[in-house]
Design a protein. Structure first.
Length: 65
């Protein structure tokens, strides 16, 4: 098995995972993030990008070769 983190993945895989993470974060925490963005005068899309990226760095990717 090979253990990788988000930085070690190729750009295409990173983009696909980021897109998936954005959807997950929007589904799970969308209301909370929108409220936070509104209260602090932030752009929701930028906030969602930051949270989705932060979410990806919490995982360790394991590949069986």
């Amino acid at each position: 098995m090979v253990y990788l983190n988000y930085n070690n993945l190729d750009a295409e895989t990173q983009q696909r995972l980021l897109s998936s993470s954005k959807e997950d974060m929007d589904h799970q925490f969308g209301k909370q993030l929108k409220t936070y963005a509104k209260e602090h005068h932030l752009d929701y899309d930028v906030l969602l990008d930051e949270e989705a990226t932060r979410n990806l760095y919490n995982y360790q990717y394991i590949f069986n070769i």
